[in-house]
Write a protein that binds this ligand. Structure first.
Ligand code: ADP
Length: 349
């Protein structure tokens, strides 16, 4: 079955086209349509460009959706109820869910006769224990506003967990894995017996380890303090924590790991940024080893995790339990989406 996977942002759509059969997967094409709203007038136009390239014969479409809240623990066939639920979670993902909704609605109109499947970044975390996803704040904030840890990058963590089980030649259901997605955004997940039991990102992708431009964990009291001192409003502080912090904020140079590694020897702040980055990941690996009472393998993926054995060696030094393996596995969120889409579309036929 030919599966088209769409990963939509506010001004771009990434796509991959796969031919999926039982036991055989082939990537046929991939690409990126950028500058929607400028060179390309609308998301609908972008979809048409992709469909022209993809040709006829598409059997199903898989859509990446960032936020499925606590509602979707699995990928689902899209119908009007699912669309309504994704709309309901827009408030929790104001930058990410709207372009996905737009693309889902438009592509369902253009490709009305085939199945469309939604694959959620949050779904992998729906089974986390309550004590892992609750924050220590008054319970009413959970009841009134659904404030809890949701976790992100779930499709990537699920994909590399499955790949790791293959590499280790052991069933995923009996493995304790720590998966580290280290790209511009970074997140760490504890995967016990195939299920995510904790993850570093939280209510939003801002929590957790330090990232390219995001601060990761900070004392929340810093926020009102900075607001008062710098005469900033809440939106400005959040923007600062999302876009001007992390490796970029500490080094004052760049959020690009490759550049920082070049600067490390001669620039103190580049070295400090790298030291914080490594130290914080170590702390998460240590704590997830503790909550799982052990760890069989630590898996690295994402631009940094797939390409830089040096930094991985530093992260792992002294923190990986004896006997545990270190694996570098390229992620492929689109392939995971295509697999889910194939499974759902063929089960329903
Ligand atoms: P995104 O999260 O935007 O998808 P990527 O997964 O592509 O980002 O990761 C981007 C990061 O990966 C950048 O910090 C980049 O410097 C880093 N990176 C890419 N290649 C290498 C490499 N060979 N060594 C170290 N870092 C790398």
């Amino acid at each position: 079955m030919i599966i088209l996977v769409l990963n939509s942002g506010s001004s771009s759509i990434k796509y991959k086209l796969f031919d999926i059969k039982e036991g055989a997967e082939k990537l046929l094409d991939k690409g990126l349509v950028e500058r929607i709203g400028e060179k390309i007038p609308s998301h609908r136009d972008a979809i048409k460009i992709i469909l022209d390239k993809a040709g006829s014969g598409i059997g199903a479409v898989g859509h990446r959706v960032v936020h499925g809240g606590d509602r979707f623990s699995k990928s689902v066939l899209i119908d009007n109820k699912v669309i309504k639920a994704i709309e309901d979670f827009t408030e929790l993902a104001p930058l990410h869910n709207p372009p996905s909704l737009l693309v889902i609605n438009e592509s369902r109109k253009i490709l009305a006769d085939i199945q469309h499947v939604a694959v959620f970044d949050t779904a992998f975390y729906c089974g986390m224990p309550d004590y892992a996803y609750f924050y220590g704040i008054p319970y009413k904030f959970y009841e009134k506003y659904k404030i809890r840890k949701y976790g992100f990058h779930g499709t990537s963590h699920r994909y590399v967990s499955e790949q790791a089980a293959g590499v280790l030649k052991r069933p995923l259901a009996e493995l304790k894995l720590i998966t580290c997605h280290l790209g511009n955004g970074c997140s760490i997940t504890a995967v016990k017996n195939g299920k995510a039991i904790d993850t570093s990102m939280g209510f939003t992708p801002l929590e957790g380890v330090m990232m390219g431009t995001r601060s990761g964990d900070i004392d929340p009291a810093i926020i009102p303090y900075v607001m008062e001192k710098e005469k900033m409003n809440a939106a400005e502080v959040i923007e600062m924590l999302n876009k001007e912090s992390g490796l970029l904020g500490v080094s004052g140079l760049t959020n690009d790991m490759r550049e920082l590694l070049k600067e490390k020897a001669k620039n103190k702040r580049a070295k400090l940024a790298l030291d914080i980055f490594v130290y914080r990941i170590k702390k998460y690996i240590g704590s997830y080893t503790a909550v799982m009472s052990g760890c069989d393998a630590v898996v690295f993926t994402g631009g940094i995790g797939e390409n830089n054995p040096g930094i991985i060696e530093e992260i792992c030094k002294g923190v990986i339990p004896e006997g545990a393996k270190t694996l570098m596995i390229p992620t492929d969120e689109e392939l995971m989406i295509a697999r889910d889409t194939y499974r759902i579309a063929t089960t329903l036929h």
